[in-house]
Design a protein around this ligand. Structure first.
Ligand code: MLT
Length: 394
């Protein structure tokens, strides 16, 4: 056999695994120090009561012969796909049930979707970017080109017609910068993709943080998107499912090329390589859309938004430049004193025992920047800000 040589071109370790290893090594050397984690965007609030209730009753169903479930429908149960379709309808987006595919999360789907596309497709990713888009395409041996997301363009690169791309990744609100496209800006990307015959892989995992109507919660709020965009969404950030695992992907039936349909291909791919999300988890996910679920989840999101405000106010007080945190759980700051991203990571860990994510881990343009997450607990966020204040005002 031969191993896939493309793996030689990816970093030895996934960004968040590298950070976890570094923090574990530090803790092993300094067991007396309490480390505060604002690195990976992992939620800290428990699942909402409506979700827990749905989980319990689904578990009870699994315990009885009459209500026990085995393999489920491959695209997800109708009760969940109907709730997702209704959620889209609220924003003026009509979807057919068979355009929605329930999965174990946006990360897996974002990584797996590239099975549908030809090897010689050119991939356009913004830099800095969620590392999954780059790593999965490097593993597949595809050519990757970058669009610069910088302070100058508000971390929102716009299409350049002199560049030819086939697969375009957009994440809005953006991980890691927190920048979010307006519907008008996204329309420019949709027009570009339709003109070039490209596909947009739109990561909407953070849409629940959008409060402004000008900003897009879904790319399908933009005219023309259904012929060029596949959208990925997740219950992880919206409803605290990072450990429960559930997401969904929308593959419109109007995305076709050379007589092939992306929707049919994704169904074929998923039915072959994936056996669906557990029934109990799908019941839990459906509870997110009930009136009680919606209310409870809004309270949880407001809690994280308070954390984001606290981080933002601390940085303002310290005179540290930052962006994000408004329509996003991420605050993207410039490392003080001209420090490099990893240098600042070590400095914070060693002197304040606070963990963040080095901007350089998201791409070349992330060098000199640093990401803090608002998904920590209120207590940890408060203490971390106190420590950062003490350290940086010295
Ligand atoms: C992050 O910290 O960027 C995210 O938690 C990663 C993810 O959602 O997979």
């Amino acid at each position: 056999m031969n191993l896939n040589k493309n793996y030689a071109n990816v970093n030895d370790s996934y960004l968040f695994s590298t950070i976890a290893k570094k923090v574990a090594a530090y803790s092993a050397d300094h067991p007396e120090k309490k480390v505060l984690r604002l690195g990976i965007g992992d939620v800290t609030l428990p699942l909402a009561p409506a979700v827990i209730e749905a989980l319990h009753s689904a578990v009870d169903e699994m315990a009885k012969k009459e209500t026990f479930r085995g393999y489920g429908p491959e695209q997800g149960y109708d009760f969940l796909r109907d709730s997702i379709a209704a959620y889209y309808k609220e924003r003026g987006v009509e979807l057919d049930g068979d355009e929605i595919f329930v999965s174990d999360g946006a990360k897996s789907d974002l990584g797996n979707i590239i099975d549908l596309f030809s090897q010689d497709n050119v991939v356009l990713v913004p830099d800095p970017v969620y590392p999954v888009y780059v790593d999965t395409n490097v593993m597949a041996g595809r050519k990757i080109i970058y669009s610069d997301a910088t302070e100058a363009n508000g971390f929102l690169p716009m299409p350049d017609y002199s560049v030819d791309a086939d697969i375009i990744y957009i994440c809005s609100p953006n991980n890691p910068t927190g920048a979010a496209y307006t519907k008008a800006q996204l329309k420019e990307w949709v027009d570009y993709a339709n003109k070039k015959g490209a596909v947009i892989l739109y990561d909407a995992a953070y849409e629940c943080f959008i409060k402004d109507d000008e900003l897009a919660k879904s790319i399908y709020q933009v005219e023309g998107a259904k012929t060029c965009a596949i959208e990925f969404c997740s219950f992880s950030k919206m409803a605290g499912f990072t450990g429960t695992r559930c997401g969904y992907t929308v593959v419109p039936k109007s995305i076709t090329k050379g007589g092939l349909s992306a929707n049919k291909m994704w169904l074929r791919r998923q039915t072959t390589k994936f056996n669906g999300v557990p029934y109990i988890v799908q019941r839990a996910a459906a509870a997110v859309f009930t009136p009680e679920g919606r209310k409870q989840i809004a309270e949880n999101l407001a809690y994280y938004e308070e954390n984001a405000k606290l981080i933002a106010n601390t940085l303002k007080e310290l005179g540290v430049w930052f962006t994000g945190g408004e329509h996003s759980p991420y605050i993207w700051l410039k490392c003080p004193g001209g420090m490099g991203s990893w240098e600042f990571f070590d400095y914070l860990l060693e002197n304040a025992q606070v963990v963040g994510t080095p901007g350089a881990g998201f791409g070349v343009n992330g060098e000199g920047f640093f990401r803090l997450t608002a998904f920590g607990s209120k207590e940890v966020t408060k203490e971390a800000m106190e420590r950062i204040k003490n350290l940086l005002s010295k």
